[in-house]
Design a protein around this ligand. Sequence first.
Ligand code: HEM
Length: 395
Amino acid sequence: MNRITRRRLIGLAGVSAAGLAAGGVGLGKAVEDGGAEDTVPFYGPVQSGITTPAQDRLHFASFDVATTSERELRDLMRAWTEASARMCAGRTAGPTNATGVLPPDDTGEALGLTPARLTVTFGFGPTLFDDRFGLASKRPAALIDLPPFADESLQPERSGGDIAVQACADDPQVAFHAVRNLARIGRGVVYMRWSQLGFGRTSSTSRAQDTPRNLMGFKDGTNNIKLEDEDALRRFVWVDDGDGPAWMRNGTYLVSRRIRMLIEVWDRATLDDQEQTIGRHKTSGAPLGADREFDPVHVDSLPVDAHVRLAKSDVRILRRGYSFTDGVDDRLGQLDAGLFFLAFQRDPRTQFVPLQRRLAQNDALNEYVSHTGSAIFAVPPGAAGPGRFVGDGLL
Ligand code: HEM
C-alpha cells in the first residue's frame, strides 16, 4: 500500500540517480565479467523480455516518479539502462563493491549465481505524460487509459504507475536482485507503487518451449504468438513507422492484469465443466473433440461462452504471463492466487480492449476469476548499444 504522497517524496528527493552511479574499484574479475552462458543480450533494436523464450520466474515492479525534473528522469533511465545491461550480463549492478567506507553498488545476493537468462524490460505509463515533465505532446494515442470492463475489482494499490520494470529470469533470486538494485539506484527519484512476483510461466513464446500449465491445470500458451512467427510479430506486436510517434518505432504496448483465480470454486467444478469453460481438454490441451494439443481450433464446435472461442480472433496478442500466489485472503480464508496476465501488442485499442470487452461480458471463465490489478505501458525500443539508454528517443 502506498501511503507516502508524491508531494512529500518530492520534498525528500535529494540523491540523484547519476550521483549514485560514480565509479570505483571493482570486484574480482570473475564476478565483474560475468558469464556468457545463460545470458540474453540486453542491447538491441527491441527490448529483450518480450520475444525472449519466457523464463520461469518474474519480478514485476511499477514505480511512480517523485521528481518533476526531466533531467533527473533522463539520468535515472540512463543509470537503470547501464545497471540492467551489467546485471543481464551476469555482472554486478555497479562497479564499486570493495570500498569499505561506501555502501556497495551491488547488494550481493546474486553473487555466484548464473545470469539465469535475466531480462529487464521497461515501460512508460500514461501518467508519465501528464504535465510534470512536459511530455504530454509526446504521449502516443495508443497509450490509452484503459476503459472499465464489466465485473472487475481493481485495487488502485495494484494498478497503474509511471514506469514499469519487468524482470524475468530462470532463478527467482536473480529476478528479485535486478528489481531491488534498480529500486536502490532510483531512490529519491522514484518509489515503488506495487510489485508482483510470478513463480511459474503460463505461456510459451517459442516453439522450442513446452507449453506450461496455469493454476487451473490447463496448458496455456498453445496458440500464442511465438518468436518464430515473424509475420505475426510484425503485424501484431512491434510498432511500425506511421503507427504514432517516432520514438515508439520498434516498441510495443504492455497490458498487465492481476487476475485472481477463485481456486476453491474451480476445484469443485467437474472435469467436464472445466473443459467446457476453457474449450480445450485438460490433459492433452487439445481443442474439445480433437486429440492433439496443436490441432486446429474450430470455434463453431465449442460452447458459445468457452474462453478459447471468445479469445480466438484474427487480431492476436503476445501473452507472457506468470502464476502468482500472495498468501491468504483474510476475509475468506482462501488462497490469493492466480494469473498475472502480461500481453504485448502493437495497439491496445484494437487488440486488448475489444478482446477483454468480449471476455468480460461472456466468458464462462468469469465465474472463476476476478481482475484485481490493471496497468498499461508504452514499451519503447531497445537501447541500441552502450552509451544509449532505454527511452532516449523520448527523453
Ligand atoms: C485467469 C485468466 C485466464 C486463464 C486461466 C486463461 C487460460 C487460457 C487457456 C488455457 C487458453 C488455451 C491455450 C492457449 O491457446 O494458450 C487460453 C487461450 C487464450 N487466451 Fe486466455 N486465459 C485467461 C485470461 C485471458 C485474458 C485476460 C485474455 C485477453 C484479454 C486472454 C486471451 C487469450 C487468447 C488470445 C488465447 C488464444 C486463443 C486462440 O487463438 O486459440 N486470456 N487462455
